[in-house]
Ligand binder design. Structure first.
Ligand code: SF4
Length: 438
């Protein structure tokens, strides 16, 4: 036998050891998770989408509520989008929820409501990438498809001492071949979950628990003493900081005890979710990009932004700061209490619509030093009676898909889906209003 043949044989043994020991370990150690209690492809699909970027403990109550509210593909496909977003509220990455509903409609229309047991069909569902497709096909249908995510790449990098950069596409492809090779015949369902489970419970990112690890004996990184320096991963660019001014508009008269919320446009970041109106607040000239505007300038800019957006309110004082982090951007929201103004002929409508002016456009107007408020102020009365308006600063949006406004109290919050940061701010505000500590 040549040296090469001997090496290949050894490598084969190392792979067999890995697959066998991992499966045995999983049978004894697997967690009892709600989506593992039934082999329902729909449940598996929902759980896999929820688990992207989110911890298992966080997902469990969301999963249970979601399945109770939308027990079948058809129920999800036919639900109002607002209900789906409300059920997702707090989980973040809301495009997952929208894509999920879009894909449920695809499954209903093209596959009679049954999640397809077919690689191409699963791949064609909106929001389903290689990992999720592999997870659905293997866990629900026991098909020998790899399901390779960050956890799995970490385990494989360590066990096989692979120093390829896992942030790079070709590394993922290589890992998928390797993971597929490791699946024992007829065991895809258990093996893929075992691999995920090992990454989640034992071979964790910072402090892998090598001593109780079922594959320690042949783990190359452990034998070389370099398990904590793997996997190799180039750092993603840090999210860009962006200062924003947000308006907590407190109602008066008929709106006393309520605050004004606005709906985001139908596409883009946090599409169709509800929020306090807010706009970017670029720093003063010469200041650091993340520098907060001086108070007087912030109040002035917010007053102009409110006017530009057709919101008749006067900023009064800084209330608090809050952060919202996306993968590419971090908003620091400086929230100001604002009063609904009384000088106008009629108060803002309880339910109305204002232009969802893209913040950039509003800000450009402010930055350009447009002084005459009348020129920024919308046509007289247009925004005050709740009717749609035609005037959109950047021309990209239509009244149908953006800018709806509502006056809400705490109870009304149940009817609208908010990104986390606004959910927290509104809960704090209403608790403060009721004199309750939060
Ligand atoms: S021995 Fe340690 S580094 Fe290797 S797979 Fe197990 S936990 Fe991970």
């Amino acid at each position: 036998m040549t040296q090469q043949e001997q090496d290949e044989q050894e490598q084969q043994q190392v792979k067999l050891f890995f697959s066998r020991n991992l499966l045995e370990w999983y049978q004894g150690q697997k967690r009892d998770l709600p989506w593992r209690r039934h082999r329902n492809p729909y449940y598996i699909w929902i759980s896999e989408i929820m688990l992207q970027q989110t911890r298992v403990d966080t997902v469990i109550p969301y999963f249970n509520r979601f399945i109770e509210r939308f027990p079948t593909v058809e129920a999800l496909a036919d639900a109002p989008e607002e209900d789906v977003l409300k059920c997702w509220e707090g989980l973040g990455y809301y495009s997952r929820a929208r894509n999920l509903q879009h894909a449920a409609k695809q499954v209903k229309e093209l596959h009679g409501g049954q999640v397809p047991n077919d690689r191409d069909a699963v791949f064609s569902l909106k929001g389903v990438g290689p990992y999720t497709a592999g997870a659905i096909l293997s866990i629900a249908f026991n098909r020998p498809e790899p399901a390779v995510d960050g956890n799995v790449m970490r385990v494989l990098s360590r066990y096989f001492l692979l120093e390829d950069d896992i942030a790079k596409g070709p590394t993922r492809v290589k890992m998928e071949y390797l993971a597929a090779e490791l699946i024992p015949e007829g065991e895809a369902m258990h093996f893929n979950q075992a691999l995920m489970e090992l990454g989640a419970l034992v071979c964790t990112p910072k402090s892998p628990r090598c001593l109780p690890c079922p594959v320690m004996e042949h783990c190359a990184a452990r034998l070389a003493g370099c398990e904590t320096s793997l996997p190799v991963k180039t750092k993603a660019k840090p999210p860009r900081p962006e200062e924003r001014l947000a308006a907590l508009i407190e109602g008066r008269g008929a709106h006393a005890g309520r605050v004004l919320i606005r709906q985001r446009p139908a596409s883009g970041l946090l599409a169709r979710m509800w929020e306090l109106p807010h706009w970017p607040a670029p720093p003063a000239e010469g200041a650091a990009p993340s520098a907060r505007l001086p108070e007087a300038a912030a109040l002035d800019r917010l007053r102009r932004s409110l006017r530009t957006a057709g919101l008749s309110a006067r900023p009064e004082e800084h209330w608090m700061a809050a952060e919202h982090t996306f993968s590419h951007i971090v908003w620091t929201l400086q929230v100001y209490r604002c009063r609904e103004e009384a000088v106008l002929p009629q108060p803002l409508a309880a339910e109305g619509r204002v232009p969802y002016q893209h913040a950039g456009a509003a800000n450009t107007a402010v930055q350009a030093g447009i002084q005459g408020e009348d020129s920024l102020y919308p046509e007289s009365g247009v925004f005050l009676d709740g009717t749609p308006v035609e005037l959109f600063a950047d021309g990209n949006e239509s009244p149908e898909d953006s800018g709806a406004i509502r006056w809400i109290n705490r109870e009304d919050m149940a009817n609208y889906a908010f990104p986390n940061v606004f959910l927290k701010l509104l809960n704090l505000y209403f608790a403060e209003l009721e004199g309750k500590p939060q």
